[in-house]
Design a protein around this ligand. Structure first.
Ligand code: FAD
Length: 468
């Protein structure tokens, strides 16, 4: 009985950090995606021992446990779809230690990612992964989703900067993976297995992150194009021209208009596409690379190119890019955010297909994203109370996924599968591919306690976005 296990939880967790009333649990029903599911209890964990005890109890009583950071997931990752306990680590942020001599950071799970950026910066070091949500999302959420961001183009994603973890297994045992060394091939790489496992294989309670020297200099270019396909083509060309930008972000006309209406940043709104480019490195080398990039962009049909001289001007442009996601929901209340990724050479083809899908389904489809690494964010702005519109959205989403996979791409570059993309897993992996993943899950979590109802499709499951 529910009451019985909640009584047992009270013995394990301090009163103020165990929430059980529907009103207190309500805000844990949502994340940054779709749907709402009320948990029976929320534990605001603050130690490895507490997490271990909760998981041991959950195993004895067969109660689902849903790890959660700040709930900014775009794929339904922390949603308690089968009730049970939400295990919130967002209050657990006591440790953020930088060890400059080893060039590592050791962090508690609830540390906010941008706090790691700031602390590393104080030591002239850099933690490169920079999801656009870095000012709110936790490192645990980033690790579980293997988050990326604009800098992924040159520096890679979260998994490339994690060298050690402390993890509580679904059965409540505590393990350490990797360590503080840059090289480590002792046994299977469990660190990499846990990163991106979406909270289904273990609860991360501490991480050791690799840091790198901060680049000596950084410059930004803003380049506009008359058409989205031209911009896509320019991105592909630039990437094969021996210039290696640290960021290359795309915004289509709808994104530009939304940002300007939301909080004016002086972006042009009369062009179909804008690319923000960041180059970093030695200042002398950068001057030459900027000249090369400007020349190449002109040859590729750019309408306007500007290179801000002052860091504050460049910062303003990057802040405007971060505003796209919140800005686009001013038009309609529902946002279906996708993050398909295609090989870089296929960016123009994917742009063409998105334009076609937008026209055929008559939807408000906005395109922006970390286009330099092929990761586009087609976002459909709609109203979930409008059944007819949502039916068109469901069909459009399916076509977006089909197009990405046909072009040699993937369903998700960084947001994860969660509840939102599980119906499409077979399209990319095939049944045997899914079965091999299920076997790993079964070995780690025989009772399916940790984050059940995610990633693997139920038989015949389809994407349903209509509110019934
Ligand atoms: C405006 C906006 C912009 C975004 N931009 C980006 C972007 O540029 N790049 C990107 O990759 N993502 C982006 N995201 C998505 C989201 O921010 C990331 O997925 C982020 O990593 C989630 O962190 P969180 O703390 O909110 O975790 P949550 O959303 O709470 O959880 C995410 C997943 O992590 C699991 N989890 C949480 N804590 C633990 C733990 N201790 N152990 C094991 N599993 C755990 C959860 O079960 C869930 O599956 C964006 C989201 C928003 C709203």
């Amino acid at each position: 009985m529910a009451n019985e296990w909640i009584t047992e939880l009270r013995v394990l967790i301090d009163d103020g950090r165990l929430l059980t009333s529907p009103a207190d649990c309500y805000s844990y029903s949502f994340d940054g995606s779709f749907g709402s599911y009320l948990p029976e209890a929320v534990v605001q964990a603050q130690s490895t021992e507490e997490v271990s005890n909760v998981l041991k109890l959950a195993n004895q009583r067969n109660i689902p446990v849903y790890p959660r950071g700040q709930g900014t997931s775009m794929s339904g990752g922390p949603l308690p779809v089968k009730g049970g306990i939400v295990l919130d680590v967002s209050q657990w942020n006591e440790r953020l230690d930088i060890y400059p001599e080893d060039m590592v950071a050791v962090v508690s799970p609830g540390v906010i990612t941008s706090d790691i950026h700031e602390k590393a910066n104080e030591h002239e070091l850099m933690y490169p992964p920079d999801p656009s949500s870095s000012h709110v999302s936790t490192i645990a959420g980033n690790l579980a989703e293997n988050s990326g961001g604009p800098r992924g183009l040159k520096y890679g994603v979260t998994k490339d900067y994690v060298i050690g973890l402390e993890v509580v297994t679904p059965e409540g045992n505590i393990i350490r993976t990797g360590g503080r060394t840059i090289k480590n091939v002792t046994g299977y790489d469990l660190t990499k297995l846990i990163i991106g496992s979406e909270g289904m294989l273990g609860v991360i309670t501490e991480a050791t992150l690799k840091l790198i020297p901060k680049p000596a200099s950084v410059r930004t270019l803003m380049v506009t194009f008359d058409t989205l396909v031209e911009a896509g083509g320019a991105i592909s060309e630039l990437l094969t021209s021996n210039i290696f930008p640290s960021k290359m972000e795309l915004m289509d006309q709808a994104s530009l208009q939304a940002v300007e209406q939301y909080s004016a940043a002086g972006l042009p709104t009369d062009v179909e596409a804008l690319i923000l480019i960041e180059l970093d490195g030695h200042p002398l080398a950068l001057e030459e690379e900027i000249q090369q990039t400007v020349t190449l962009c002109r040859q590729l049909g750019a309408r306007d190119i500007s290179v801000p001289e002052k860091p504050e001007e460049a910062k303003k442009l990057w802040e405007a890019r971060k505003q796209v996601s919140p800005a686009i929901v001013q038009w309609k209340p529902t946002k279906v955010a996708e993050d398909i990724t295609v090989p870089r050479s296929k960016i123009p083809d994917m742009c063409e297909r998105l334009i076609d899908i937008r026209k055929r389904y008559q939807l408000h489809l906005v395109v922006f994203g970390h286009a330099g690494d092929g990761n586009l964010h087609p976002n459909i702005i709609c109203d979930k109370r409008d059944h007819e519109e949502m039916q068109r959205v469901e069909q459009a989403v399916e076509e977006i996924f089909q197009s990405a996979v046909q072009l040699g791409g993937t369903l998700s570059g960084e947001h994860g599968i969660g509840t939102m993309k599980s119906p499409f897993m077979e399209m990319e992996l095939g049944q045997t591919g899914i079965d091999m993943m299920k076997r790993i899950k079964q070995a780690w979590d025989p009772k399916d306690i940790l984050n059940p109802g995610k990633m693997f499709p139920e038989p015949g499951q389809k994407l349903v976005l209509r509110d019934d």
